[in-house]
Design a protein around this ligand. Structure first.
Ligand code: NAP
Length: 281
């Protein structure tokens, strides 16, 4: 069986490729990325170029694929599911977002709700993964942590229950390789609600260096997020502001699906010391 994993440079996709290889040597893993030359993959993984915004790249990527792990890139999703139908794909596991709802006023949950609708309407059996905030969002801090031991943060007292990319990938692995996940939407979080301030403390422990927080203006925060469209950035700011001094929701779904508890933020920090510059001492 061939499983196509889209978004090959993405954190979740990279973890999923590794977990699929480790779980079942019989499964053939094909990774699809927009820029294959920028992708580093383990030996044995087929690499194809696919961009949802370029329909001509999708047919070849899907040929022979029985199942797909799909990033919810809006542009081109319709074309993707049409090609997936033609290729006889039997299951799509879609990386969506917590609260996905096509009627939502929040631009992030609306976009993901629309993506879910597109996949559901294809008639191809589906599973939706609905994570809350990714721990990888904290990579925004990496440059200034490495260079100055400083975190610029606009909302240090905002809570989040950030999830490790390996846990999202682990749930995807179970959904792709076990029965019982068709038609299910799994809402996924990390194991605990913590403030940004606590994340900084845990990161400092992991890298073995003290860190200090410097206030960040909203404009600077917007600039730091400028790779996303403005309406997504504003939705994210509203959400983060709403969780200042208020615990974020936590689910137990990672444990329920995979049998192991969701990884802590301390574990994520320990797994990412190279990104933040571990102390030489
Ligand atoms: N960050 C969060 O807190 C969070 C929370 C819930 C849900 N999500 C959702 O999870 C997804 C990824 O989040 P991220 O940005 O944090 O992850 P990321 O690790 O930066 O990955 C982004 C991925 O999207 C893929 N992609 C983008 N445009 C594409 C296109 N036109 N065709 C094919 N693939 C495309 C990229 O593929 P290439 O390898 O080809 O570049 C890349 O792998 C997004 O849909 C996001 O809304 C994020």
């Amino acid at each position: 069986m061939t499983i196509l994993v889209t978004g090959a440079r993405g954190h979740v996709a990279r973890s999923l490729v590794q977990q699929l290889l480790a779980a079942d040597p019989e499964v053939k893993v094909r990774a699809a990325g927009r820029v294959p030359e920028a992708v580093r993959l383990p030996v044995g993984v087929e690499l194809v170029r696919a961009d949802l915004a370029e329909p001509a790249t999708l047919g070849p990527a899907l040929t022979g694929a029985a199942k797909v792990f799909l990033y919810a890139e809006q542009r081109g999703l319709r074309g993707f599911v049409t090609e997936a139908q033609a290729a006889g794909v039997a299951h799509i596991v879609l990386l969506s977002a917590a609260g996905a709802d096509p009627a939502s006023e929040d631009a992030i949950t609306r976009a993901h709700g629309e993506a879910e609708q597109t996949v559901a309407r294809s008639g191809i059996p589906w599973t939706f993964l609905r994570p809350g905030g990714f721990a990888t969002n904290r990579l925004l801090w990496a440059d200034t942590v490495r260079t100055h031991g400083v975190v610029h943060e606009a909302f240090p007292d905002s809570h989040s229950s950030l999830i490790h990319e390996a846990d999202i990938a682990a749930v995807a692995l179970h959904a792709l390789t076990e029965p019982g996940h068709h038609g299910k939407a799994h809402t996924l979080t990390g194991p605990e609600s913590l403030t940004g301030r606590r994340h900084v403390e845990l990161l400092a422990e992991a890298i073995g260096r003290p860190l200090r927080i410097e206030p960040q203006s909203l404009d600077d925060y917007r600039r730091a997020l400028s790779r996303w469209p403005p309406e997504i950035v504003e939705a994210r700011i509203r959400r983060i502001a709403a969780l200042v001094d208020r615990p974020a929701p936590v689910t137990d779904t990672v444990r329920e699906v995979t049998g192991h508890p969701a990884r802590s933020f301390a574990t994520w920090a320990a797994d990412h010391t190279a990104d933040f510059g571990r102390s030489a001492a």
